[in-house]
Ligand binder design. Structure first.
Ligand SMILES: [Zn+2]
Length: 297
């Protein structure tokens, strides 16, 4: 049985390739920072008032990949998806949860208050600019608890916009294909799959010859604990902030992974753009919440 540690890009990539993906078909830039002010107005309409925030982080990626790996990868996926189905891509965003890598050089870890405040204020600012639906696309496994919580937080105060988190699900067909390509039987942060993704679009940033200069093996230092989650678990298992063996990465595998993610993201963007229910239900919910005693019992 192959043991996989899912600690990298996005949650779990998946399968069904959306119909009609053609990149580079847009007549204006998809990146917020590349639009002019006049074009921004058109872009908001063209996007059906949607915007994607690709969320990365600045942390060690083994001894062989750049600190911004998650940011670089997730933005590439989001940009490719937006070129197929127009939406606006927010500028590089690297605020998130990354305390477990603070012992490694180059990590940038903001306080929880700052992370939540920056993300909320960013969403508020995006909405002030006419966007009603904001899509979060995470490139960082360390955000897997933070982002669903951030989405839940949105109900606390009334808002005229909705936040959606991209949650891909792998198909069996895709998983079989990926597993046939695998050369390592355990894989995680900066390991075979994550290294493959970077090799597929930025091979110049990968130093494959360095991938074995540190161990990415599980150190099993908290094996005596049962049914317990504790903050130091990651450091206990992977003190080098490296899980797996990136030296087996291939561009071919990376291409498969990225195409799979882009396909699902295109499908998600399309569904969010055409969605009318979410905002309607949110409005009804806020209205009902003002006077709970009037809610039918
Ligand atoms: Zn990563």
């Amino acid at each position: 049985m192959k043991k996989l540690i899912l600690w990298t890009f996005l949650l779990i990539p998946s399968a069904i390739m959306a119909q009609g993906i053609e990149s580079g078909k847009q007549d204006m830039p998809v990146k917020w920072e590349e639009l002019t002010s006049p074009d921004f107005i058109t872009a908001v309409e063209k996007s059906a008032r949607t915007c994607v925030i690709p969320l990365g982080i600045i942390e060690k990626h083994g001894p062989h990949m750049p600190l911004g790996t998650d940011l670089i990868d997730v933005r590439e996926v989001a940009i490719r998806a937006a070129e197929a189905e127009f939406t606006i891509i927010f500028p590089p965003f690297y605020f998130g949860q990354i305390y477990e890598a603070m012992q490694q050089p180059g990590t940038v870890a903001y306080s929880p208050q700052t992370v939540l405040a920056v993300l909320q204020e960013t969403c508020d600012e995006i909405h002030r600019n006419g966007i009603e639906k904001i899509i979060l696309v995470s490139g960082h496994g360390g955000n897997n608890s933070l982002l669903p919580y951030f989405c839940q937080m949105q109900l606390e105060k009334q808002k005229d916009y909705a936040v959606f988190l991209f949650r891909p699900v792998d198909s069996e067909e895709y998983e079989d294909k990926l597993n046939r390509m695998r050369q390592t039987d355990w894989d995680g942060h900066a390991g075979e799959t994550e290294t493959s993704q970077m090799l597929a679009h930025r091979p110049d940033l990968v130093h494959l010859d360095k991938a074995n200069s540190q161990s990415g093996k599980d150190q099993q230092r908290l094996e005596s604990l049962s049914f317990a989650y504790t903050a130091i678990w990651w450091y206990a298992q992977f003190p080098n902030h490296y899980a797996g063996d990136g030296s087996y990465g291939t561009a071919e595998m990376g291409k498969l992974i990225m195409e799979n993610k882009v396909g699902q993201l295109v499908e998600m963007i399309r569904s969010v753009k055409s969605d009318r229910k979410t905002l309607e239900l949110q409005r009804q919910f806020y209205e009902d919440s003002k006077d709970p005693l009037k809610t039918d019992q």
